[in-house]
Write a protein that binds this ligand. Structure first.
Ligand code: GLV
Ligand code: MN
Ligand code: MN
Length: 412
């Protein structure tokens, strides 16, 4: 059967939004509260207004666009994703889910649908953690999982705290707690995302309906040593923080195989200070991203990292392991899984159920409302890279599933 989403409009929205990048020659780089982020926010607001939505920005910069329902007693359905990106990422990770919400709103307008239950599109901040670390921060703040004091502690690579960055963006960090969602504010949350892996493409399938998301922990390991002259300090007298860090790093990649076949570990960020070719490093810090379907496996890997750091910090080195993120493995709503599956089938799409190895705002929001997540195919399974690509017709098919499910849920 023919679909609903306007593929041309979806393609234009994705491409126009992608102008707002700090690295136009090398993918999408849109860090939370940056100038590009502000321009992208204005673009989303313009389209929310054009689609007939009533727009509000919350206390931390998440953007909501509401189409009121005829029955004000019914809590609205929330649909969307995140507006930030990783450094030099792609144009679909995050935006695909926001555009799915926007296109749904455009379809409600074009088809003159009048929902009984409202519908709200959301564009969230800082899912990737690319600026302030940890990740899933917009949804964690919406669900009350971030203490106000953390806004001063969380800093970017230039030492700017989240609180200061909020002020630069025109927000008052003292009011951040106002962003926490009231209980029962929404009926449910739906997110569309690109798969970011090869499964759908290899199986020639259109959509995956996610039933659970793996657990994720992110640690920041810091090793302190003593700076000194590279030419005059004998080897035995050194407290080289990088030598300690290398001893730790060499043991980390072996951890997942000792844990489970689905466990993974990534060190994606490493800093060596003071950063002089002829200076013995006195400080090294690096991130450790750990994922596994079972919480006990995440916990085991965290305790191993702590032990490895402890035993490497001898001979005048000291170390610390800070937990930046701990998101437990998450089951999504079986009811929404059923609705999404029913609609994928009714649309004549090829679909499957899938476990997500990537983190998504859906896993945080599911703690406070029933949540559903669907994936559309990623070409060659590539994501978090400029080559990230999803055919617009495939994206439109996923949006059809979102649209028909929201149409059913809102009684339109
Ligand atoms: C988000 O992309 C994540 O899985 O870290
Ligand atoms: Mn991502
Ligand atoms: Mn994402």
């Amino acid at each position: 059967m023919t679909g609903y989403a306007d593929t041309r409009r979806v393609a234009d929205l994705i491409e126009d939004l992608d102008q707002f990048t700090a690295t136009p020659e090398n993918g999408t780089t849109r860090l939370t509260y940056s100038a590009e982020y502000a321009a992208a926010r204005d673009f989303i607001i313009t389209h929310m207004l054009r689609a007939g939505l009533e727009v509000r920005q919350d206390a931390i910069g998440n953007i909501f666009g509401r189409l009121a329902g005829s029955n004000p007693d019914l809590a609205p359905v929330l649909v969307g994703s995140h507006l930030d990106s990783v450094p030099n990422g792609g144009r679909f990770d995050g935006p695909a889910g926001i555009i799915a919400g926007l296109e749904t709103a455009y379809l409600f307008r074009d088809l003159r649908l009048t929902p009984e239950r409202g519908l709200e599109v959301v564009a969230m901040i800082e899912e990737e953690g690319a600026r302030f670390g940890g990740g899933l921060l917009g949804s964690r703040m919406l669900t009350g999982r971030v203490a106000p004091a953390d806004l001063v502690e969380l800093t970017d690579d230039h030492g700017v705290s989240m609180a200061d960055a909020m002020e630069g963006y025109g927000l008052d960090p003292q009011k951040a707690v106002q962003a926490v969602l009231a209980p029962n504010a929404y009926h449910s949350f739906l997110e569309l995302h690109i798969e970011q892996g090869p499964v759908l493409e290899d199986a020639c399938q259109d959509v995956a309906i996610v039933d659970r998301i793996v657990g994720i922990a992110q640690l920041k390991v810091t090793i302190w040593g003593r700076a000194g002259h590279a030419g005059t300090t004998p080897m035995h007298a050194r407290r080289d923080a990088l030598t300690g860090a290398v001893a730790i790093l060499s043991q980390l990649s072996g951890l997942p195989v000792q844990t489970s076949k689905e466990a993974v570990l990534t060190v994606g960020k490493l800093e060596v200070l003071p950063g002089g070719a002829n200076v013995i490093p006195d400080l090294v810090n690096f991130t450790v991203d750990l994922r596994a379907p079972l919480a006990k496996d995440i916990d085991w890997m965290i305790s191993c990292v702590r032990d490895i750091v402890g035993s490497a910090c001898t001979g005048g080195l000291t170390g610390d392991v800070e937990e930046m993120l701990y998101a437990k493995p998450t089951m999504l709503s079986p009811d929404l899984h059923r609705c999404l599956t029913t609609n994928a089938r009714a649309l004549g799409l090829k679909y499957r159920t899938m476990v997500s190895g990537a983190g998504h705002d859906a896993m945080i929001i599911s703690a406070v409302m029933p949540t559903g997540l669907i994936f559309v195919p990623s070409r060659d399974g590539i994501s978090h890279a400029p080559e990230e690509w999803t055919d617009y017709a495939q994206l439109a098919r996923g949006i059809d599933v979102i649209f028909t499910t929201i149409r059913d849920m809102t009684g339109a």
